[in-house]
Design a protein around this ligand. Structure first.
Ligand SMILES: Cc1cc2nc3c(=O)[nH]c(=O)nc-3n(C[C@H](O)[C@H](O)[C@H](O)COP(=O)(O)OP(=O)(O)OC[C@H]3O[C@@H](n4cnc5c(N)ncnc54)[C@H](O)[C@@H]3O)c2cc1C
Length: 296
């Protein structure tokens, strides 16, 4: 289908983009890689009167490490996340996650910022961003504010971003010595996650869990942290038996989604199985120091 008519704007600077967003208000939408917004417009699920294309704002594409954090500009594409040495070195599980997204064309055009703001319930990054304690830098008329991942994803395609704000960058801690892994059961047609689980684990000197994060996508209307699993593992030696017992709670209290691709019970089952596998891989990677990077 053909989208409804719209006016196209292509600001060259961040300031100009923010001014446009504030002047045009809620009838405007930001365009990044277009991999989610354009299909929605063609289906007439979205009909913005104005498109603000931020794709030429080079400052939003930068990836920088420093001060104990890796800062990834909102316009970094999935292919960049998969291949840039700084990401592969500091947060290899994010490169692993990006490598599972869609196909090469989608990865070359789609951006991490666009995927995060779109907040599709089956998108891959939200699980990993939750497991890595990512922070989102949102800029609006009154300056920038920082929102932790646990507060950013709020519901079905709903985030903490306000209509007059831009997502500028996503930052991740680099100091934590964690092992991490992302495991996913993809929809064979689209690649989206029927269920996807990211786990990160840090061990103390006795080999017990001193830090655990589990982020789960695809299962409910929004990605969530499996806090019951995290709490059950703290202070425990992560044997296979202990991980299996804790993972049984991966979908506890969660209103699992059902659609033509999978029943709610199947999604809950996937959450438990993938949580166990992701935790075991994260543990093994922490112990061996090998992070299981995708080939670039
Ligand atoms: C065939 C196909 C297969 C796919 N498979 C997968 C998959 O397996 N896993 C997966 O996770 N995803 C998948 N996707 C989705 C893909 O990851 C998209 O790239 C992503 O969801 C959107 O990123 P984008 O840069 O294209 O954003 P756009 O489509 O340009 O924008 C998406 C939304 O975010 C807003 N937005 C974008 N950037 C900003 C910003 N900086 N600040 C404020 N608002 C912003 C836009 O206004 C819009 O509402 C697939 C897409 C396609 C077409």
């Amino acid at each position: 289908m053909i989208p409804a008519p719209f006016t196209y704007h292509r600001p060259k600077t961040l300031g100009a983009a923010l001014r446009l967003l504030q002047t045009l208000g809620s009838v405007a939408r930001v365009l990044a890689g277009g991999q989610s917004l354009l299909p929605m417009m063609k289906l007439r699920l979205a009909a913005p009167a104005h498109l603000i294309d931020i794709g030429r704002i080079a400052a939003l594409r930068r990836i920088r490490a420093g001060g104990g954090r890796l800062r990834i500009g909102a316009l970094a594409t999935h292919s960049m996340i998969e291949s840039v040495p700084a990401v592969r070195r500091w947060v290899p599980v994010l490169a692993e996650t990006a490598s599972t997204i869609g196909d090469l064309q989608v990865r070359n055009l789609g951006t991490m910022g666009g995927a995060a703001v779109h907040a599709d319930p089956a998108a891959d990054y939200p699980a990993t961003l939750l497991a890595l304690d990512a922070e989102f830098v949102l800029q609006g008329p009154d300056g920038a504010r920082i929102v932790p991942a646990s507060e950013f994803f709020q519901g079905l395609m709903a985030t903490a971003l306000r209509p007059d704000e831009l997502l500028i960058e996503i930052s991740l801690p680099t100091a934590q010595r964690v092992g991490a892994a992302y495991m996913k059961m993809p929809n064979p047609a689209s690649g989206f996650a029927l269920a996807g689980v990211a786990a990160s684990v840090a061990l103390d000197g006795d080999g017990r869990c001193r830090h655990v994060r589990v982020g789960i996508t695809g299962v409910a209307s929004a990605a969530y942290r499996a806090r019951h699993v995290e709490q059950a593992l703290l202070g425990q030696e992560p044997t296979d038996e202990v991980l299996a017992a804790a993972s049984a709670a991966a979908a506890d209290g969660v209103d699992a989604s059902a659609d033509l691709h999978a029943s709610a019970e199947y999604r809950r089952h996937l959450a438990r199985v993938l949580t166990r596998r992701a935790l075991a891989a994260a543990r093994d990677r922490r112990r061996s120091g090998k992070q299981g990077l995708p080939s670039s």
